[in-house]
Design a protein around this ligand. Sequence first.
Ligand SMILES: [Zn+2]
Length: 137
Amino acid sequence: MVKEIMKDVIFLKQPSEAADKNDLDSAKDLLDTLKANASGCVGMAANMIGVRKRILAANLSGRYVVMLNPVITGHSKKTYTAEEGCLSLTGTRQTERFESITVEYTDEHMKKRIKSFSGFDAQIIQHEIDHFDGKII
Ligand SMILES: [Zn+2]
């Protein structure tokens, strides 16, 4: 179900908790909401629909991906300055991102996965994981 976008910065600054199989409905809502906002958004963290769980949905190189409890287990030494926007905020801001990352996560079938991402895909994931820690650009 498509949900409203949370824009309350006080709420967004609170850290999110670990997700489990009981949160798969929220993961589906998050994906629906991301798709409904596809024109201006490539990734969302669950707290952006008011759910403080470590779930993200993202459009990675044209493919929709859901991740529960993603953790960056490795990253490139190299970083770069990115200009990012966020559906929960107005305008864009500069932030530092790793060029590539390795991520461990649980997928929507509750299977553990390890994958590497680079460039824009890696940037999206880093942005959403920051949301879990209450960090907004
Ligand atoms: Zn954001």
